[in-house]
Design a protein around this ligand. Structure first.
Ligand SMILES: Nc1nc2c(ncn2[C@@H]2O[C@H](COP(=O)(O)OP(=O)(O)OP(=O)(O)O)[C@@H](O)[C@H]2O)c(=O)[nH]1
Length: 721
């Protein structure tokens, strides 16, 4: 089925992409940005619903509104729509209430009071005369859905299983799935996610070309250990910053700026591709140009290759500084040759990469290097609009005893001013004070500038994006929603590609490239794997080996995979302890193999959709109901005999009467004599209470079961080890 991108549809509908995205999200479509795709069927539905007249259009047509400021209308659009919806909902609720009361009034027993009235309303629902409606966000945990549906968690899980979705109580399900489940209970769902509407307010609006002005490039220095990254950064700082400033740098922040022939260059002060990729893994892209430092006496080393691949994966241009040329054993030509083998071809050899021989010790070549950075910046046409509310990225942040949360931020567009209301991650506040990299108090900061700010409510994380927003109330609302989301999604983890769900994501158009990081014990295996895996590319999805190397899987490999949404394939190697930990926290899939063709087969099977996980119901035990007790306030408890296996409290259970399943739910209470028991094994008697089921009879059979995800017959150990 043909797919259309959101921005194309927006163009067709003559509205801007941002507005369309917000509308689509309100309608329950999980669109990420203007490049997200929609299938034809959805497009038809969307067109139909968006071209239908709605409240705002009506209002806009009223003559008295004509004079209203269009820009203001747009700005308040989301709020207005939310208010209109709320009002509509309130009216509907009132209407329903009236209907229900009218029905209750017609009911002969209505005078019996409240309880009856509640029952009456429930009956009306059950009869289908009035369908209940619930309002949910774009995702919800199984337990929360069960709560608002007033059913047990296990009932929701059972419905989910029937829909082919395996989820535990704490797991998040999307609104589409929740809608299907609710429908099973005769309940309609309205999907309304304020947080998305709020977040949409933060979305970047593309600037008009005439508003853009050149901004300083932001540079990260990378390279193998001891090749001179820190020395180079220090040399540049001292010759270009300290020497001109009496007293030098009083306040050291995570980045600094220099000026070359009146043009500024911003250097990030944490060298190395690890920090660079860690930021990227958080969704922040701050670096414009990578300076790859290679010691001329040592040549290309493993971390040089890593740095190259990390920069390439980020699509950042690389300028090579061939360092230590003052040393006797220096051989810049050999370095260039080695670099060419890794796809970094010097300009003088017809390639794209500028290589500058330098010495961080004597300073030779450094001016030329800076000139070259400006040249590349010019070619990259690095521009930003300085005249809009500021936004950018947190470079580093910490809690200062005296000053509270302190964050170094890089302004990426707009101008940040003292007094602005900003939010970053789950922190917000008013900018109380700003300092530049020299520790000087400043009142405003323009794009490309690193500044240290005070005034945030908590310490944000490096890599958090920051935004200036209109008012503190809005900032707090967004932060609250984010905190809520964070709490909810902690159990679910981020949406990463796994081999298991690769096919699904390909089908949904979410994945067009499968990025892989390949590690093996020897170079021969690395090459064999790369060759065979690369050949698996299909029309739908391209296999992209973003990094490969010999040796254990490291934390850096995992961060790179996380930043690039890649899987890690290890052949005869293991992840080290940090890599394992990071893989867990970042939800990166590491697949380990001992036979090359198994790795190939797996990826192939995943591409063809043959790697679907398999779920199986596993019996746990059986109990027979011998006697029924009616216990006041508790309800029905069945005196049972465990005839097979065991019975587990909170376990799933089915009630079978005369071979027919009459209940499917959860064991709510389990007692052995008078005491609560976690489980009761075969040959013992126990008391069992079921969740929301009272109709037990002697002779009923209780069948306990569990749902297990079957590991496929994969030899390798998956995800960690
Ligand atoms: N002769 C000479 N020595 C250099 C040059 N650049 C750096 N060094 C020396 O090389 C060693 C390592 O330099 P660093 O700047 O610490 O290297 P690095 O890449 O930052 O190292 P890590 O932070 O450990 O990754 C130090 O002893 C420096 O003095 C250079 O251009 N010439």
């Amino acid at each position: 089925m043909a797919r259309i991108r959101v921005h194309e549809l927006a163009k067709e509908l003559k509205i801007n992409s941002k507005e369309l995205i917000a509308r689509l999200r309100q309608m329950g479509y999980a669109v990420k940005n203007h490049m997200s795709t929609l299938d034809e069927r959805d497009v038809l539905k969307i067109k139909k619903s968006l071209t239908a007249p709605h409240i705002e259009t009506k209002n806009a047509r009223q003559p008295q509104k004509k004079s209203a400021d269009k820009a203001e209308i747009k700005e308040n659009d989301f709020r207005k729509r939310a208010l209109a919806r709320k009002e509509e909902q309130r009216q509907r609720k009132e209407q329903n209430q009236r209907k229900i009361l009218a029905k209750v009034a017609a009911h002969p027993h209505h005078s019996r009071g409240r309880k009856k009235r509640r029952d009456a309303s429930r009956n009306t629902d059950e009869m289908g005369a009035e369908r209940k409606k619930i309002v949910i966000g774009d995702q919800i945990t199984v337990q929360e859905l069960a709560n608002i549906l007033h059913v047990s968690g296990s009932e929701v899980i059972t419905k989910l299983i029937a829909l082919g979705v395996m989820a535990s109580l704490n797991q998040l399900i999307d609104s589409d799935t929740a809608t299907l489940v609710a429908a099973e209970f005769g309940v309609d769902v309205e999907v309304r996610d304020d947080s998305q509407e709020l977040e949409a307010l933060l979305e970047d609006v593309p600037d008009k070309p005439e508003d853009l002005e050149p901004r300083p490039p932001v540079i990260t220095v990378m390279g193998h250990v001891d090749h001179g990254k820190t020395s180079l950064l220090d040399y540049i700082r001292h010759t270009n910053v300290t020497a001109t400033e009496a007293g030098g740098i009083t306040q050291h922040i995570g980045a600094y700026q220099i000026e070359v022939r009146g043009k500024k260059i911003t250097f990030l002060d944490t060298p190395g591709h690890e920090a660079f990729t860690a930021m990227r893994a958080r969704g922040a892209q701050v670096t414009d140009i990578a300076v790859l430092v290679v010691a001329a006496d040592d040549g290309v080393m493993p971390q040089t290759v890593e740095a190259i691949n990390h920069a390439k994966a980020a699509g950042v241009p690389i300028v090579v500084a061939v360092n230590k040329i003052d040393k006797p054993g220096a051989n810049a030509e050999r370095v260039k040759q080695q670099l060419a083998e890794h796809g970094i071809v010097p300009e003088e050899w017809g390639g794209d990469n500028i290589c500058v021989p330098v010495s961080a010790k004597t300073g030779a070549g450094i001016d030329q290097l800076l000139e070259m950075l400006l040249l590349v910046a010019e070619m990259e046409e690095l521009k930003a609009n300085p005249n809009c509310p500021a936004r950018g990225t947190v470079i580093e942040a910490q809690l200062d005893k005296g000053r509270g949360p302190v964050a170094t931020v890089l302004i990426q567009k707009g101008t940040l001013k003292v007094g602005d209301i900003i939010l970053a991650g789950t922190a917000c506040g008013k900018v109380r004070a700003m300092q530049d990299y020299k520790g000087r108090r400043i009142k405003k900061a323009s794009p490309g500038t690193p500044v240290e700010i005070l005034g945030l409510s908590e310490v944000p994380e490096a890599g958090d994006l920051f935004y200036v927003v209109k008012d503190e109330k809005l900032a707090r609302q967004i932060v609250e929603k984010r905190q809520e989301k964070k709490r909810l999604s902690e159990s679910a983890g981020p949406d990463k590609v796994t081999l298991e769900d690769l096919f699904k994501q390909i089908q949904e158009g979410k994945v067009k490239e499968l990025n892989l990081v390949v590690k093996a014990d020897v170079q021969g295996s690395v090459e064999a794997l790369i060759q065979a895996l690369s050949k698996l590319s299909t029309d739908e999805v391209r296999i992209n080996i973003i990094h490969s190397g010999v040796g254990a899987i490291t934390e850096t490999d995992v961060m790179l995979a996380s930043a690039s949404n890649a899987l890690v394939i290890g052949f005869n190697v293991r992840p080290d302890a940090n890599a394992k930990k990071t893989a867990e926290s970042q939800q990166v899939e590491i697949r380990l193999y001992r036979v090359i063709y198994e790795a190939i087969d797996d990826v192939k099977a995943a591409l063809e959709g043959l790697l679907e996980p398999i779920y199986k119901e596993v019996p746990v035990g059986r109990a027979e109901v011998r006697e029924i007790f009616h216990i006041p306030k508790v309800g029905v408890v069945a005196g049972c005999y465990v005839s097979e296996g065991k019975v587990i409290r909170n376990g799933k259970v089915r009630v079978v009467r005369d071979g027919v399943v009459i209940y499917d739910g959860t064991i709510a209470s389990l007692k052995r004599f008078k005491d609560d028991a976690r489980e009761v094994v075969q040959g013992h008697e126990c008391g069992i209470g079921l969740d929301r089921f009272q109709d037990l009879k002697p002779g009923d059979i209780l069948e306990g079961y569990q749902i297990e995800e079957l590991k496929r017959e994969l030899k390798p150990l998956l995800r960690g080890d």
